[in-house]
Design a protein around this ligand. Structure first.
Ligand code: ZN
Length: 442
């Protein structure tokens, strides 16, 4: 068995791994490097593949040239795992794209948005926890995990040379607000069956303790929304979170309890909540959604007249330059801000200089308009140190390859594994992009 660690092993972003058994290869994830993509114009994003690869915006898949790729499996709908599929899947025309139903829906909508009417590869929608045979050497199962987007999965590949588990991204949440709790017993069962190699995220391996449940984030949001409503008559209340965070968006709508009319503003909100509504994960029937400049400007004029009648949910929680909240703060979308208006930011800045700088600029612009900012209303979707330790104990893999981070992150997870009895270089392997690992049988 060979494992190709192609992307996300020297940085946070552009995740891609491939597993080869016999003469067959299965690719897991094809993500964008978000920091690189954020800084690009629409035109630059349409550059030919070699150019995008050179820029580091997409993974470098050249080690797979000439290989018999039989499937592309994507763990969940976040762009650092899924984003490069519409660009790169053409390199593997015969490989079906195997994903959970929500990810399938997001992918179809994304391909349309990118100006391509379709993805040529067959998209296979596979429900959680149902193994499916692919090729001669593999069976694939998308094992349910809790994360910050619906239908996330651990990719489990069963092969005659041993099982490979790919756990990017997840948190252990026993009280989520949208889907089922994390299935600890099922994980233990998979562990008993035997895991040859576990590739596991290390994004927050350097943070102590455990991640908080989404239930806590919902309670925090409830508290601040209720106080914003009580605080003042005729104030604007705006909530901004990740567009793909359906649990959080649903929480905002639930908490509102019909007291105000909910209006969503922004293209990515339409995409992700539309996919969720189609699958019955979110009731958007009473929500107006606007994406075009003209209609956003018109709707903001309407809101201005009677602010207390509306709850706005907008894009821009990271201060992205083109997002609705940022444009409102900049004055590009005119809005009559006043000192009683509240902007609730239900996320933390992604810990990267670009995001931190953009968020800083957003907050400064809002402060200059005397708007009240309520930030940090959030619980992360990623596992921390003690969660990761739980997984190592439950799955008990023979070999661990930390993923989803640069060396400072991956080595933090390696350290946890070493505390659990693993040996660096022997059964915990620190990888980098482009490395190929030969895993011996037995
Ligand atoms: Zn994710």
């Amino acid at each position: 068995m060979r494992i190709y660690t192609l992307g996300g092993f020297s940085e946070v972003g552009r995740n891609m791994t491939a597993v080869e058994v016999g003469r067959e290869v299965v690719i897991i994830d094809m993500g964008y490097h978000m920091d690189k993509i954020i800084g690009m114009s629409d035109e630059e994003r349409e550059a030919p593949l070699p150019e995008l690869r050179k820029q580091g915006a997409i993974p470098d898949d050249t080690p797979l040239k000439g290989k018999n790729v039989i499937a592309i499996v994507v763990s969940h709908g976040h762009l650092d795992h899924l984003g490069a599929v519409p660009k790169m899947a053409d390199n593997y025309p015969k490989a079906p794209i195997i994903v959970t139903p929500y990810t399938a829906e997001v992918l179809k909508r994304m391909a349309k948005e990118e100006g391509r009417s379709h993805i040529n590869n067959r998209i296979v929608s596979l429900k959680h926890n149902t193994p499916k045979n692919i090729g001669k050497n593999f069976s694939v199962e998308l094992v349910y995990v809790t994360h910050s987007i619906p239908h996330s999965a651990m990719v489990l590949l069963r092969t005659k040379e041993g099982n490979v588990a790919y756990l990017n991204d997840f948190k252990i949440d026993f009280t989520p607000t949208l889907e089922q709790p994390f299935q600890k017993q099922y994980f233990k069962k998979i562990g008993k069956e035997g895991i040859k190699v576990l590739l596991m995220e290390s994004l927050r391996a350097d943070e102590t303790s455990r991640s908080s449940s989404e239930k806590i984030a919902k309670e925090m949001l409830k508290d601040v929304v209720n106080r914003a409503y009580q605080e003042s008559k005729n104030n604007a209340v705006i909530v901004s979170t990740f567009s793909s965070h359906i649990a959080r968006i649903k929480a905002a709508i639930d908490i509102n309890k019909g007291r105000r009319e909910v209006i969503m503003l922004g293209r990515s909100l339409k995409l992700y909540t539309g996919a969720a509504a189609d699958l019955g994960l979110l009731d958007r029937s009473k929500v107006r959604v606007h994406t075009k400049r003209k209609s956003i400007i018109n709707v903001l004029k309407e809101v201005e007249k009677d602010k207390e009648k509306y709850l706005l949910i907008t894009t821009g929680n990271q201060g992205e330059y083109d997002a609705v909240l940022t444009r409102m703060a900049r004055g590009e979308y005119p809005f009559n801000w006043n000192k009683n208006d509240e902007v609730i930011i239900s996320s933390n800045p992604i810990p990267h200089p670009v995001n931190i700088a953009q968020r800083y600029v957003l907050e400064r612009m809002l402060r200059e308009r005397n708007v009240r900012i309520i930030d940090g209303v959030h619980a992360s979707g990623h596992a921390r140190k003690e969660d990761l330790r739980d997984i190592i104990r439950w799955l008990n893999p023979e070999i661990l390859i930390p993923s989803h981070g640069y060396l400072a992150k991956t080595s933090a997870l390696a350290e946890v594994a070493m505390q659990e009895g693993y040996e660096l270089g022997k059964n915990v392997l620190l990888s980098t992009n482009g490395k190929v690992w030969d895993i011996k049988k037995g």
